[in-house]
Design a protein. Structure first.
Length: 198
């Protein structure tokens, strides 16, 4: 009786870690996008554009809300073609930039258009059902050990990156930083190993 459970646990454990990683990265992209567009929204032309978006009727607001996904889809396809053609770094960078830009645009458009979109009865019904389902599944995922471990590992990596960037900035201020990028990466890996311990 225990063997099928162990086998199932062995098969699904990597998927849970992957789901936790995707969720944490998605949340980070969403937060970064929200902050980025909040800064951009302080610029007067963007502020006036946002006022026009808020004034849209429900169906034009829905079309505008769907626009980033439609515009970014061809870019993601081209990035995958670039990866398949041997340009892995360029393709991955294009996907990351598209993901960050798309998350930022969707996050801001969601905030701006949600009041109008929720006036559509069918949208409000599907929106509420989606939010309930999403919260339930995210809650279940956040209760797992995999999520906690992945979250701690990413927090540790972010802290290490901040420390490394602070050290680099300090050395650049002193005028002593003449490091090659590979040396910087080696230092980052050495710091990571030192923090993890034996």
């Amino acid at each position: 009786m225990k063997r099928p459970y162990r086998l199932r646990k062995l098969i699904f454990a990597p998927l849970i870690y992957l789901a936790a990683l995707v969720l944490l990265i998605e949340e980070w992209f969403w937060d970064m996008g929200t902050r980025l567009f909040r800064l951009i929204a302080a610029w007067p032309p963007v502020a006036s554009l946002e006022e026009r978006i808020r004034a849209l009727r429900p169906y034009p607001a829905l079309c505008l809300f769907a626009l980033p996904a439609l515009l970014l889809f061809p870019i993601k396809i081209l990035a995958l073609v670039a990866i398949a053609s041997g340009h892995a770094v360029g393709g991955v960078c294009a996907i990351i930039v598209a993901k960050l830009g798309g998350a930022a645009a969707v996050a801001r458009l969601y905030v701006l258009t949600r009041p109008k979109l929720l006036t559509l009865a069918w949208f409000a019904r599907w929106h509420d059902a989606f939010i309930v389902l999403k919260d339930r599944w995210i809650g279940r995922l956040k209760d797992t050990i995999a999520f906690r471990r992945t979250s701690m590992a990413l927090a540790r990596m972010r802290r290490l990156c901040r420390e490394l960037m602070a050290r680099i900035r300090l050395k650049m201020k002193r005028g002593r930083h003449r490091s090659h990028p590979s040396r910087v990466l080696r230092r980052l890996m050495a710091m990571w190993r030192a923090k993890r311990g034996p």
